[in-house]
Ligand binder design. Sequence first.
Ligand SMILES: Cc1cc2nc3c(=O)[nH]c(=O)nc-3n(C[C@H](O)[C@H](O)[C@H](O)COP(=O)(O)OP(=O)(O)OC[C@H]3O[C@@H](n4cnc5c(N)ncnc54)[C@H](O)[C@@H]3O)c2cc1C
Length: 448
Amino acid sequence: MGKADVVPTPGVSSDTPAFDAVVVGAGPAGSATALALARAGRSVVLVERGPFPGSKNVYGGVVYGRVLDEVVPGWWNEVPVERWVVRRSTMMMTGTQSLAVDYRSAAWGEAPYNGMTTVRSRFDNWLATKAVEAGAQLVTSTVATGLLRDGHGRIVGVRTDRDQGELRANVVVACDGVNSLLAKEAGLMAPAEASHHTLGVKEVLDLPGHVIDERFGLRRDEGVDIEMLGCTRGIPGGGFLYTNSDTVSLGVVLSLPHLAEAKVRPEELIADLKNHPSVAPYLRGATLREYAAHLIPEGGYDTMPTMVTDGMLVAGDAAAMTLAAGLWLEGVNFAIGSGLAAGRAVDRAIAAGDCSAKGLASYRSDLEGQFVLADHKRFRKAPALVLSERIQQRYPGLICDLVDGMFTVTNPVPKPGGVRLTRSVAAKHGVKLRQLAADTVRALRVFG
Ligand SMILES: Cc1cc2nc3c(=O)[nH]c(=O)nc-3n(C[C@H](O)[C@H](O)[C@H](O)COP(=O)(O)OP(=O)(O)OC[C@H]3O[C@@H](n4cnc5c(N)ncnc54)[C@H](O)[C@@H]3O)c2cc1C
């Protein structure tokens, strides 16, 4: 995909919007916004700082694609997939133990599929190509450096780092990712709060495809997604392992303030993970291909910015829409869902001739009515629970020891009863039975 000209359309006065919308960031949120707008017949320019969409983007590895069902029917026939995830495992760990809930579904290996591992430089480029095919203009290697405002202070476009690179539009859609420069400049987002973010760090490891198949019990296009708790030396967060065609993505997600306090380097935690007795056999002989790190907005519903102002709205990670709630680490589907909703809202506002915050307000209600904000609202208390001290530091060991107590054959000593075992294991980990009961009820409420 080549660069497009960023100079406003010749012959158009500098005060006249050259586009219906300028979308900043060609990640999943931006490309979905541009796709929805172009399909609606609106003129839209999609500005991306990288040399091509996805070139700068980092994530763990699994995209849940059903959000594309309506916009790209049969998307699974053309999306650049690595493997279809047929096995999902959640593992509680200590340094020497692990307990996994391992689920496998043959149905997930067939259309319309559940999740896929895919490489972002290919997936994001594919989605951006859909927007371009629909009529959006893609401008790469171009940084949006700030907002343009008219004499009344209303947002009317963006400045870019190109010569004469002002882009005027009826609406700006900020899809510039976590810690959005544009959302902050527009006054929609408070300065970043470290406790609302985690740092995601991952290694991509080369391993031949047939070796991945054998070790993980997979057939050629089948994949596995393993989420891990208790593998971060007590730093709130977790680990992940995803299989690609002939690589494995292995990483950790770490609470920023706790990481700073712990004075440990993320690479050391990944090294721990690679050496763990439950992970090491999967990775024997694997070699490092890539290392990457990126922030994740994990605060959830209560930390999202105001999403709309006169002439602008915010989507995807720029609006803190990653759902990171223990069992889930989903951001790409939320970015696409919010981008599509942003495109619809801008289309409606332009049709009504009102691109003020009021004219764009249908965006928020659209999001509330679908999974994007409904899921975030339902699990709004999950980030605090999942990152809490007992869940992170005590329960993985407690649960592993409980299972150890049940499965270890102690002959000639008789087997312990469940209550006695639970009481002694809880005491060993500094947890009172009433705290255990209260946390169980809390978890049922948060996830129920
Ligand atoms: C380690 C890690 C693991 C993750 N694992 C998963 C996972 O397995 N599954 C999942 O669904 N989600 C995962 N996520 C979350 C997911 O990556 C994000 O939710 C998703 O990328 C958000 O999409 P977006 O389009 O909003 O933002 P981004 O993907 O961040 O895209 C923003 C785009 O804007 C561009 N940009 C930024 N500033 C400017 C500017 N000023 N001018 C021009 N362009 C600009 C960037 O180059 C980029 O292309 C993970 C995240 C991390 C960090």
